[in-house]
Design a protein around this ligand. Sequence first.
Ligand code: ATP
Length: 320
Amino acid sequence: MKRIGLLTSGGDAPGMNAAIRAVVRTAIYYGMEVYGIERGYAGLMNEELYKMEMRSVSNIVQCGGTKLRTARCLEMLTKEGQQRAADTIKKYGIEGLVVIGGDGSFRGAKVLSEEYGIPTIGIPGTIDNDLEYTDYTLGFDTAVNTCLDIINKLRDTMTSHERICVVEVMGRHCGDIALYSGIASGAEIIVVPEIRFDLDEIVAKINKSRSNGKHSNIIVVAEGVTSADQFAKNLQAITPYSVRPTCIGHVQRGGSPSMADRMLAAQFGNKAVRLLKEGKGNRVVGIRDNKIIDMDIIEAVSMKKTFNYELYETLQMISM
Ligand code: ATP
């Protein structure tokens, strides 16, 4: 394989730049050319691509966001759009493609592999950690660390004023950001889309913690359930303690990637190019039990994300 393409798609995630760097440097190491495609699949529609060199990826390993930009491209959902994307790939002599993104981006990659015969490798880049086949996605660790930093600060003021804070975190339909940031911050309660919640039970838990000497409470709510504002309003109506909502918002998506995300990025990017070099396509890379793995893309996107109930129980037992 002489020339590969690379794009980032869907929501940006810290570590995407480090993965871009790893892909470009590994490809150049193997004597391949790399074309960077801008704005995800939209860049394929509009022929926005350029040849990347060794120095194109200097000084980005520590940067959040994505140097190649990202976009959501509705045209890629249509037959005509998919054909245009495949035409651009063929026109530029691109023999293999690396797609960094979430499950939607992988579905686009699957179409290019399956229907147009373009060997494609997916790198899981999304803060949501919503892909079942991999223990972690790129950006999740940094996003959780950002949440922790903010929750630590909120705890200071909530304790001083003896309040309850409802903190809204991202994750779309997946509760992993709430689960991990809840456990690691010592939050008393987490509310996730995977588990039905009962406001009366939450109030009972708060009352019990207060009678046990607690001066503040942190409730982490996943955006897939409700907003911090709404949840705080409902809670305030039935508790005498003062409740304050905070929505962490897009801060979670930015920032310098953590060591864990940079290490994942280096290994995912390297593995993706190695797979293409070995003549493999239609696969995704991931990490399972601390080992870098690859898997059939169709199998990976058809797996349903499961929730870690054991971790949830751990939180229940140690946060009171
Ligand atoms: P994140 O999880 O961070 O939101 P994502 O990759 O899941 O990332 P999506 O918006 O779902 O984000 O998908 C990104 C892009 O992938 C879409 O804008 C579209 O261009 C393409 N895509 C999504 N689903 C499909 C599909 N079924 N077929 C072809 N292309 C798709």
